[in-house]
Design a protein around this ligand. Structure first.
Ligand SMILES: [Zn+2]
Length: 411
């Protein structure tokens, strides 16, 4: 006689075997495994946070996984964006992440969204999913995702990683605050550091992205104890962790409050570029105070008609530098007195009657700090102009490596 069994409605024997270690958790069990299989998540950003988030959602048995990114894999991504393999450099990040997830678990439905999220497409896209994971690293997308999630009534699992530090929380979930409740206005653009400028240890987004997957699974399966209303802070260098209580949902919030003033998605790039007036604007050199990397090559390279001042931090100077450059990290340079500065640049003490002898050229990694340095030197040596012309190089060493000489390592 054939035995009669009562099995879960929507789990096959193969799935019971695959997810067995989760099924035997009393807090999770068959009910939540089935629930997870019926749910979907949208991972926005297939980078350092998105890779671990996506693969753990896939491994755990999510029903549908959406992947958003417009970018291609670069060599400098690989130390942290661990689903992209060496041979994927130059190919689409969404496809690369899907390949990695599919190799692990072919069961979920994967949807690729090869696009830059914008005010015109975000609401529609988010509406198709049950939870959204913010795995991006820029301020305007953070506000865009927040507002779209509030309007579409979707929880948002938000992560960030920079240097040795990571942060994690859940917005817009169970009466908790949204991102705007906490940050009604964006910080000034120049106060925001990106991973390409500030650096990031590869394992930090790995840790935070993995935790984003965990929070998303808890949200999708209605497990208690999410980070809604709380912020997790991790410092990998000191190994310190904190969970701080966030201010509650604000009735005055422009998007999720009682009388919202934002009822549809706005222009977030513009919104984030509007600097609060209590912060000084970023220093910017005018075009005629700057030279291109090609100009530098044609008019100055290898000639003693200029003083090249590399203002990157010492640990970046160590990576590679022009052998003849004068190296003064920006934070030191900005504290130099006039006499210290002219000594550091080895300017002649006597300038009376001197011909216009030289150009001081400031240089950094991407052409931001070099502008600040050039302004400072120009101000300090105001009495020497026009003996010395002070300029900086647009795009910095990264442009040099990209456009002029690929023997200079990019980082
Ligand atoms: Zn709010």
């Amino acid at each position: 006689m054939e035995a009669q069994y009562t099995l879960p409605d929507s789990l096959t024997n193969n799935e019971i075997l695959r997810y067995g270690r989760q099924l035997i958790l009393p807090e999770f069990g068959v009910t939540r495994q089935q629930l997870l299989k019926s749910k979907s998540a949208l991972v926005v950003g297939c980078g350092g946070l998105g890779c671990p988030a996506a693969i753990f959602l896939s491994a755990a048995g999510i029903g549908k996984l959406g992947l958003v990114d417009y970018d291609e894999v670069e060599m400098s991504n690989l130390h942290r964006q661990i689903l992209h393999k060496e041979k994927a450099v130059g190919s689409l990040k969404t496809e690369s992440v899907m390949r990695g997830c599919e190799e692990l678990n072919s069961r979920p439905e994967y949807r690729l969204h090869q696009l830059a999220l914008s005010s015109s497409n975000a609401f529609q896209l988010i509406s198709e999913y049950d939870v959204v994971l913010d795995c991006t690293d820029n301020m305007s997308t953070r506000y865009l995702l927040n507002d779209a999630c509030v309007l579409a009534k979707k929880p948002l699992v938000s992560g960030s990683a920079l240097k040795f530090e990571g942060q994690l929380t859940v917005y817009n979930y169970k009466d908790g605050p949204c991102y705007r409740c906490l940050y009604p206005v964006p910080p000034p653009a120049h106060a925001v550091t990106s991973c390409s400028e500030g650096g990031v240890m590869g394992v930090i987004p790995g840790i935070i992205g993995t935790m984003q997957a965990q929070e998303a699974i808890k949200v999708l399966t209605s497990l208690e104890g999410t980070l809604s209303g709380r912020l997790f802070l991790y410092d990998g260098l000191r190994f310190s962790t904190h969970v701080v209580k966030l201010r509650p949902q604000q009735s005055t919030c422009a998007i999720c409050g009682d009388k919202p003033t934002i009822t549809q998605l706005i222009d977030y790039v513009e919104f984030c570029a509007a600097l609060p007036t209590d912060n000084p604007p970023a220093v910017r050199q005018s075009q005629d105070e700057r030279i291109s990397v090609e100009d530098y090559k044609d008019k100055y390279l290898g000639r003693n008609n200029h003083i090249l001042v590399d203002v990157r931090p010492v640990h970046e100077i160590d990576i590679c530098r022009f052998s003849y450059s004068t190296n003064i990290p920006l934070n030191q340079l900005l504290n130099l007195s006039r006499s210290d500065l002219s000594q550091a640049l080895q300017l002649p003490a006597e300038t009376a009657g001197a011909e216009m002898t030289s150009v001081v050229i400031c240089l950094c990694h991407h052409g931001n700090d070099s502008q600040v340095a050039a302004k400072y030197i120009k101000n300090m040596l105001a009495d020497l102009t026009p003996l010395y012309r002070v300029v900086d190089i647009t795009g910095g060493l990264d442009s040099w490596a990209k456009l002029v000489d690929d023997n200079f390592p990019r980082y």
